[in-house]
Design a protein around this ligand. Sequence first.
Ligand code: CTP
Length: 397
Amino acid sequence: MLQGKKIILGITGSIAAYKSNFLIRLLVKAGAEVKVILTPSAKDFVSSLTLSTLSRNAVLVDLFDGHNWANHAMLGRWADIMIIAPLSCNTLAKMANGQCDNLLMATYLSATCPVIVAPAMDEDMWHHPATLENITKLESFGNMIIPVGKGDLASGLWGDGRMAEPEDIAAYINNFFLTRPLEGKKALVTAGPTYEHIDPVRFIGNHSSGKMGIAIAKELSHRGADVMLVLGPTPFSGLIKGVSIVQVTTAGEMYKACMDNFDTADIGIMAAAVADFSPTANAKEKIKKTDDEITLTLTKTKDILKTLGEKKKKNQVLVGFALETNNEKQYARDKLRDKNADMIIMNSLNDAGAGFGYDTNKITIFEKGGQEFPFDLKSKTLVAKDIVDTIIRLYYV
Ligand code: CTP
């Protein structure tokens, strides 16, 4: 399963770093290409010569070595997966807070691939509330945590905090690639707002940040799908591994991009906040404030979700969103029926932390068979995981 996989192994300053040699051997033996990045303090625990010999690649430590600049962004895009093992308490805290003071952190912060960590520390550090909070933060970013084991610790104490054994880490990575149930499937996702032009300098838009749809596109890709993200105007300008992004501005452009690409898709998830109305006339020149009042005539936009619901073939799964303020369940069920969707993800503006602009969301999934799946308030990354897990459970296992 690891044949040809590109893996970045980050090693941090922990006594468990000696086990990295064995981990590299296992990964390379299984056919993976491994590039090692050390934090400066990891250099005290392991030998670059051993690591470079085992990995068959130069070991990277510095952002700049006096001659060359290490391209951390390209490293993060090169990799199919990034593993940090051992993960020290210090690097964990940096990851949780986005601190960027070495090559490993720069690569982590710019990586577009999934990230797995194997923590290693003393028991008291492991159980400290700050560590727990940092681990929870990493989980909310979508990073995967390999649980620590119990046993003898560097302090001489016995308890929780030992890094998982190299064989277990290699098995976890192998399993990650094995359990990509959407491998070979295509997904079409919409996200963000649309802007409807009034004149060359003005538009009608909404507050959608696109974060929910972007998180869904990422999660689908992590689970093996080939994803096209049709994205309205948002501040997001990055790349996502396995996701091709089509930037659009108006509801009309989003409609066209979806019509052109839905036919070959297995899954369609319409998370965009598409404008329901667009100015009937788009003035060629800037409108002057000569009159005390002006009237703007609006025309209904084409409903993308509804149109795809009419076109949908038997083997296609179509998912829509419903952002409601009242009578939420009824409206969500009505949308499910009227748009011929398989699932509607409902979020209510009455729930604190849910809806536009937040990094969190609270959803209930309504499924066409009549089932309802309520979820707690979570980061949008974890909400995306719940959505994709539900799709896989209902339609792909
Ligand atoms: N949607 C779409 N194309 C549109 C409008 C909405 O694809 N032109 C999709 C959204 O991406 C979302 C769902 O439809 O998945 C939202 O349904 P919609 O009927 O637009 O909800 P509201 O705008 O809240 O409409 P209503 O006022 O009828 O509740």
